[in-house]
Design a protein around this ligand. Structure first.
Ligand code: SGN
Ligand code: CA
Length: 531
């Protein structure tokens, strides 16, 4: 009898200790804070931690600090390389066709009633906020505080950006450049406004370095005396790649006067001004001076573009540094996970292009660096295949919050711990928007560690195969080379399996209909009355 009594008390004590541990996990500082930093259109090559071709000319010392303190992911990809869709996939952990936000242009607004990772953090007792770019139409849901840009179709502008605060108040910020404003607001929220009893999850999101690449005054003279090199395939002729022959995103032929900061003549009304600035979008020829023509004109456009782009990046890097300094000085750094990423990559002259959308590496890849001093070994590198839909489950697991069954991404926490489980052998991609803005044919495909197979299906039936080891710039389409017949068969089988797994196994006609859908945004400037 006595034995049973002792056993009973032992069980009771163990139970009590377990409960106490659980509640202290929920209330104490042991739950990590998260600062999720995301810029817009920031290419991997424009982050010096990646030691890519622009690293030495345009360093990003502050973003690099995150990599030095934590882990640099070299193979992170998005599921649909365009702004809103990538953001919707990050929030939901689901592919575009599942979360319903598959194109920016006339694809409607994001359904904010669905489950998103910020909602799960909020429900678990976190204080949540989103500050900066949102670009999903409907008001943010799942946040205790939100201040997001709403003008220019939700893109926001670099100067005089218009924000919506907490879904109610419209504020035109005239004092600061958009990047500095977002930094100011985020630091203010962290330092003064949040509930300090709770752990926090902050989404700190910049418009920069999105088109039309307008840097803040303090960066406008940076790189003035530099002459940037061209990427090796700057003069790509798109041989063997039919879809690439039809796009409208060449630096030489599709940059407009706004992009290249050509001042308009006086006396134009709003409409004329818009026509003036957007001249060039569809290949209309113009030159800033009659003597500037041909290769020299193309180079001038490129130099103007890349410098403005990298000046915008310098602004973002400064804002990242301010955040890191604040976390350090306030004692928050040790228990805060810091992530830096971008909604997708971008072309900085590769294939002669700007913009994104393609499954080719430069736009398919996303930068991703993460630090968490308590858990991640500093200076580590991970080259496993990751996706933007993995971010939500990963953050949830790090915070000890359970991951909903229907999230399609997979947590990569085991990889942060250097004990990899569930490593993928391929990633699946699907892009829909056409023809606006840049005439990129809808396509889907898979990428393994070495090969990439793409199907352009909308108004053509073209397949492409690349050996990324031998041809990292994707210039040589191997699809019709008989040597690869067996490999193509295997890749197609894998592609089909992924389509079934992710429930994207519709007919081509159904896919085309998604491209053709026209749902106007409810949420646009005219309806906002904010000027
Ligand atoms: C704007 C740009 C396009 C860009 C899209 C989508 N045109 O429409 O060049 O591809 O945004 O960008 S602009 O004349 O308005 O600059 S996204 O990042 O929002 O997806
Ligand atoms: Ca973007």
């Amino acid at each position: 009898m006595k034995k049973f009594k002792i056993l009973f008390w032992l069980i009771m004590v163990a139970h009590y200790l377990a409960q106490a541990q659980k509640s202290s996990d929920l209330t104490s500082s042991s739950r990590p804070n998260i600062v999720f930093i995301m810029s817009d259109d920031h290419a991997v090559s424009a982050i010096s931690a990646y030691k890519d071709w622009l690293s030495e000319l345009a360093p990003t010392p502050n973003i690099d600090r995150i990599a030095e303190n934590g882990m640099l992911m070299t193979r992170t990809f998005n599921t649909n390389s365009i702004c809103g869709p990538s953001r919707a996939s990050i929030l939901t952990g689901k592919y575009s066709h599942v979360n319903g936000f598959f194109k920016n242009e006339k694809g409607g607004d994001f359904d904010g009633s669905q489950m998103t990772f910020p909602k799960l953090f909020q429900q678990a007792g976190y204080e949540t906020a989103v500050i900066g770019k949102w670009h999903l139409g409907t008001n943010p849901t799942g946040f205790d505080y939100s201040k997001v840009m709403i003008n220019w179709g939700g893109q926001g502008t670099y100067f005089n950006p218009v924000f919506l605060e907490n879904g109610r108040d419209t504020i035109v910020e005239r004092k600061r450049h958009s990047t500095a404003q977002v930094a100011h607001d985020a630091l203010k929220w962290l330092d003064k406004e949040r509930d300090k009893e709770k752990p926090f999850m902050l989404m700190y999101q910049f418009k920069a370095p999105h088109r039309p690449w307008e840097p803040a005054e303090e960066f406008q003279t940076l790189f003035t005396d530099e002459d940037f090199p061209h990427p090796s395939n700057f003069n790509d002729d798109y041989q063997g790649r039919i879809a690439a022959q039809q796009q409208w995103m060449e630096i030489e032929n599709h940059m407009n006067r706004r992009d290249l900061k050509i001042p308009p003549p006086g006396g134009l009304n709003k409409r004329e001004l818009n026509d003036y600035y957007s001249y060039g979008n569809q290949g209309q020829f113009w030159t800033p001076s009659d003597t500037l023509q041909g290769a020299a004109l193309k180079n001038w456009k490129y130099q103007t573009y890349i410098k403005d782009y990298l000046r915008c990046v310098a602004g973002v890097d400064k804002a990242v540094g301010q955040m890191l300094d604040y976390l350090k000085d306030s004692g928050l750094a040790e228990n805060t996970i810091v992530i830096y990423t971008s909604d997708q990559g971008f072309y900085l002259g590769e294939h002669g292009w700007f913009d994104k959308r393609w499954m080719y590496e430069e736009s398919f890849r996303m930068p991703f660096v993460i630090s968490y001093p308590k858990r991640i070994e500093p200076g580590t590198v991970n080259s496993n295949l990751l996706l933007n839909i993995d971010f939500a489950p990963t953050m949830l697991e790090l915070a000890g919050i359970s991951i909903p069954e229907d999230m399609q991404g997979t947590s990569f926490v085991s990889q942060l711990d250097m004990d990899p489980k569930d490593v993928r052998d391929a990633v699946y991609y699907h892009y829909y928007e056409y023809p606006k803005w840049h005439k990129v044919q809808p396509h889907y495909g898979i990428r393994t560690n070495r090969f990439k197979l793409i199907h352009f299906y909308y108004s053509m039936d073209e397949w492409e195969l690349y050996d990324l080891e031998k041809d990292p710039n994707e210039m040589n389409n191997l699809y019709n080379n008989p040597i690869y017949k067996k490999l193509i068969k295997q890749l197609k089988k894998k592609l089909k399996a992924l389509q079934v797994e992710y429930k994207d196994d519709m007919s081509l006609d159904e896919m085309r209909r998604m491209t053709d859908i026209v749902i106007e945004r409810v949420y646009n400037e005219e309806n906002l009355n904010c000027h």
